[in-house]
Design a protein around this ligand. Structure first.
Ligand code: P6P
Length: 334
C-alpha cells in the first residue's frame, strides 16, 4: 500500500515543479488548508455550538448572514492576512476589497472568496462549501493595490479551488495542471490525496437546475431542459441540492451540467462571477469540461465590479455544448 500523500506534501512537491517560485503560493495554499480545517471543525459541530441560524446581520447584498458565514469569513480573512503572500482579498461577505499589510503593498497574490456558499442549508444539515480564486497582483510590489488587481478575467487565475463540507470534507483545487482532490481524515485532521487528476466522465448523466426558475429562463434553457427530460429514459437524472459546491462536485464525479440561468427579474442571474463562477469554471476547464454564460466562455468576461453576477452553465463539455446549440436554434441569447 503506497504511502498516502498529504496536502502539504503535494503542495511542496508541486512547488518543486516551478523552480523560480518564491514559496509565497505554497504558503498561501497551506494557509487555505489550515483555514479549511478550522471552518470544518465549526461546521461539523454547528448544531452543538449554538452557531446555527442567522447572525442577525446582513451582508453587502442584504442577504441574512448565517453565524457560520461570519465565522468562515473572519477565519479566512485572519489566516490569509497573517501570511505575507496575500496583498488583498475580495469576499462575498465584505462590501469592498480588503487590503492587507499597508494598502496591499506586500504579497504577490490577491484572493477572491465565497467563505461559505450555500449557507442557507446549514440548519438542515445539507453540505456546503468554500470557493476561492487566486490571482497574481497586477500592480508592482510596493505599490498600493488597485481595483485592476481584483477585476481580472477568469483566464488570469493562478489557482482555483473549493472545500466541500459534506459527508466527508474535501479540498479540490487546480493550479492549471489538472484537478486534484484531497479528503480529510477527521481522526488526525489531515487532508490526503484521494482523487488524483479529476476529470468529468465521458458520459454525462445529470442536469441540475432550480425547476421553479425554468418558466422565467431564456427559451434556449427551456429547450435544453425539455430535451433532457425527453432523454430521461436513457438514464439522465435531475439532481439539484441548492448548494453550488455540492451540485458541482457531484456533477464533476458523475458527469453532468449545472445551470443557474438569467431570468426576467434577474437578467444577470444570481451567482457571482468573481468568487463562484470563475473558480468553478477554471476547475471545470481543467477537468475536461467547460463553462459559459448566455453568450460565451465565462472565463473571458472582463469583470466590472467585485460582486457582479452572471448566468452560469458549467459541467461536462458535451452538455454545455448541447445548451450552446439550443442558443443557436433559438436565434441566440435574448
Ligand atoms: P436557488 C446558495 O445560496 C447559492 O448561491 C448556490 O450555492 C446554490 O446553487 C444557489 O444559490 C441556489 O439558489 O435560487 O435555487 O435557491
Amino acid at each position: 500500500m503506497p504511502k498516502a500523500i498529504t496536502l502539504q506534501e503535494f503542495i511542496m512537491d508541486s512547488q518543486a515543479e516551478f523552480p523560480f517560485v518564491s514559496g509565497q503560493l505554497t504558503r498561501l495554499l497551506t494557509d487555505i488548508g489550515v483555514a479549511a480545517k478550522i471552518v470544518n471543525h465549526q461546521v461539523n459541530r454547528a448544531g452543538l455550538a449554538g452557531i446555527l441560524g442567522q447572525s442577525g446581520s446582513q451582508n453587502t447584498h442584504n442577504e441574512d448572514q448565517q453565524k457560520l458565514d461570519v465565522f468562515a469569513d473572519k477565519t479566512f480573512m485572519r489566516i490569509l492576512t497573517a501570511g505575507k503572500s496575500v496583498a488583498g482579498i475580495g469576499s462575498e461577505e465584505q462590501e469592498d476589497y480588503i487590503l492587507c499589510h499597508d494598502q496591499g503593498k506586500e504579497g504577490k497574490y490577491v484572493v477572491m472568496i465565497d467563505p461559505l456558499d450555500g449557507s442557507s442549508n446549514i440548519d438542515v444539515n445539507v453540505s456546503i462549501g468554500t470557493i476561492f480564486s487566486i490571482y497574481r497582483r497586477v500592480t508592482l510590489l510596493g505599490e498600493p493595490l488597485s481595483s485592476q488587481d481584483f477585476l481580472q478575467k477568469g483566464t488570469e487565475q493562478v489557482v482555483a479551488g473549493y472545500i466541500l463540507y459534506g459527508s466527508s470534507t474535501m479540498l479540490v483545487y487546480t493550479t492549471g495542471t489538472g484537478v486534484n482532490g484531497f479528503t480529510m481524515d477527521p481522526a488526525i485532521g489531515e487532508f490526503f490525496l484521494s482523487h488524483p487528476k479529476m476529470e468529468f466522465p465521458e458520459s454525462a448523466i445529470i442536469y441540475s437546475i432550480n425547476d421553479a426558475l425554468l418558466h422565467k429562463a431564456p427559451q434556449a434553457v427551456q429547450k435544453f431542459i425539455g430535451g433532457c427530460r425527453e432523454t430521461l429514459g436513457v438514464g439522465l437524472k435531475a439532481r439539484y441540492i441548492g448548494s453550488l459546491v455540492t451540485d458541482f462536485h457531484r456533477n464533476l464525479i458523475k458527469g453532468g451540467i449545472y445551470l443557474y440561468p438569467s431570468t426576467e427579474s434577474n437578467p444577470e442571474g444570481k451567482l457571482r462571477l468573481m468568487y463562484e463562477c470563475n473558480p468553478l469554471a477554471f476547475i471545470a476547464q481543467q477537468a475536461g469540461g467547460t463553462a459559459e454564460n448566455n453568450t460565451s466562455d465565462i472565463l473571458e468576461i472582463q469583470p466590472r465590479a467585485l460582486h457582479e453576477r452572471s448566468p452560469f452553465y458549467v459541467g461536462s463539455r458535451n452538455m454545455v455544448q448541447g445548451l450552446r446549440s439550443c442558443w443557436m436554434a433559438t436565434s441566440g441569447p435574448e
